[in-house]
Write a protein that binds this ligand. Structure first.
Ligand SMILES: Cc1ncc(COP(=O)(O)O)c(C=O)c1O
Ligand SMILES: NCC(=O)CCC(=O)O
Length: 438
């Protein structure tokens, strides 16, 4: 067999040249750019199957991006593809209700304890946007408290100290968002209850909601410290604010019943995305029936969407969640992630590279640091960015695809079998050696 082309390769490079001419930065979402890892052409993808994605130059990669989270079953899962193909043959969109929307709503309400009623939208951003409008409309208050390094999509009011691409590219607040729109946004420190208590002490009766990623996944992977989510719940209860979990990333990934089940803390409102659409553009907002009926047409808070509840998205979501529901997907993933994490730690040690791995359910993150635990944003920011960049490129060269940023969580799927893990660890051995060489 011939050696693979240099990665990404000449076809990706040519597509990138064309893309840059017609699209800002050549990408349709900044999280895909390689600007945070030294620039250059990203791999342009041709197809994906199971644990692997294949680029246009014929390179295969074991994939830990998983479309930034949705692909927990692995790419091109046969049941999901079949459901979408069958539905596509019936017509794409109707602007009138379908049984598929009912079926997915019933599945979500059945799987997630805090959700009795759900509204489908088209992305995680829309879910977050709807969640805060709902919270404001329901409480009659305006202020939203969020956390530095958390990301809730590109919602104007939440695009302050945001994680993900904004963090990777050093954009703390976005031009185009008027100051007046963020005057009601309060920013606290993730995993620091005192910072939240201070905000409540100053603005207690003005805060409509606390918006939090229950596991912070847009500043690498930072699980909540003991008592943090419980403390948020108590502060919200004491002050009449709603607790909103942004489970766009963690929903159905950290646990089959979402992070709220894993940590045993019940939010008032949940934003969903990614896995709920099985790889199609779907988001959802869920809560108690009483809170949800604040939305039009039962209530006065307006929210709408031409393509909301899209039949293809609903079909993919149903085919995905119905496989997750019994717990078998997570049960299959756990020992694989155990093997991956212990294998990575052992190889980093062998090469003398300081590494800490953090995980929650089927997501994880690598921190190039001496610290044994990373819980705060400033500790994430203090990790060795140069080491990450070297590691990222060496992994890519050895056929493993990671997100091109030290601030993105990594995602494993049911399709990551022993062979994929072995391949990843072999690549990591070479990559840690490259990091150690400096
Ligand atoms: C926690 C979280 N919330 C919201 C979003 C926004 O979702 P989307 O990109 O689908 O708009 C994302 C990811 O993008 C996310 O990780
Ligand atoms: N953690 C990053 C994301 O979840 C979103 C990716 C994107 O904005 O393209």
């Amino acid at each position: 067999m011939s050696e693979p082309a240099a990665r990404p390769g000449p076809r990706s490079a040519a597509l990138f040249e064309r893309a840059r001419r017609f699209t800002p930065g050549g990408v349709n979402s900044p999280a895909r750019t390689f600007d945070g890892v030294g620039g250059g052409a990203p791999a342009f993808i041709d197809r994906a199957s199971g644990a692997r994605i294949h680029d246009v130059d014929g390179n295969a990669y074991v994939d830990y991006v998983g479309s930034f989270g949705p692909m927990i079953l692995g790419h091109a899962d046969p049941a999901v593809i079949e459901a979408v193909q069958k539905q596509a043959a019936k017509g794409l969109s109707f602007g009138a209700p379908t049984g598929l929307e009912v079926e997915l709503a019933e599945l979500i309400c059945d799987m997630v304890d805090s959700i009795e009623s759900v509204r489908m939208v088209n992305s995680g951003t829309e879910a977050a946007m709807t969640a805060i409008r709902l919270a404001r409309g329901h409480t009659g208050r305006n202020k939203i408290l969020k956390f530095a390094g958390n990301y809730h999509g590109h919602v104007d009011a939440l695009l302050v100290n945001a994680g993900s691409g904004a963090l990777t590219l050093g954009i703390p607040g976005s031009p185009g968002v008027p100051q007046s729109v963020v005057d009601d946004t309060l920013v606290a420190t993730y995993n620091d209850l005192d910072s939240v208590a201070e905000a409540f002490a100053a603005h207690g009766d003005e805060i409509a909601a606390v918006m939090v990623e229950p596991v912070a996944g847009n500043m690498n992977c930072v699980p909540p410290v003991e008592g943090f989510l419980e403390g948020l719940r108590a502060l919200c209860d004491d002050h009449g604010a709603l607790l909103v979990f942004d489970e766009v990333m963690t929903g159905f990934r950290v646990h089959p019943a979402c992070a709220q089940a894993h940590f045993g803390v019940t939010p008032d409102v949940t934003a969903l995305g990614k896995i709920v659409g099985g790889g199609m553009p779907v988001g959802a907002v869920g809560a108690s029936r009483r809170v949800m009926e604040t939305l039009a047409p039962t209530g006065p808070v307006y929210q709408a969407g031409t393509l909301s509840g899209h039949p293809l998205g609903m079909a993919a979501g149903i085919a995905t969640l119905s496989q997750i529901r019994g717990g078998a997907v997570h049960a299959a993933i756990e020992p694989r992630l155990d093997a991956l994490v212990s294998g990575l730690e052992a190889r980093a040690r062998r090469h003398g590279v300081p590494l800490t791995v953090q995980r929650a359910g089927a997501m994880f993150g690598l921190f190039f640091t001496d610290a044994s635990r990373v819980t705060r944003f400033d500790e994430v920011a203090a990790c060795d960015g140069a080491a990450f960049r070297r590691f990222f490129h060496a992994m890519l060269d050895h056929g493993v695809y990671l997100a091109p940023s030290p601030f993105e969580a990594a995602f494993i799927s049911r399709a990551h079998d022993e062979e994929a893990i072995e391949e990843t660890l072999n690549a990591a051995d070479a990559a840690f050696a490259a990091v150690a060489r400096g």
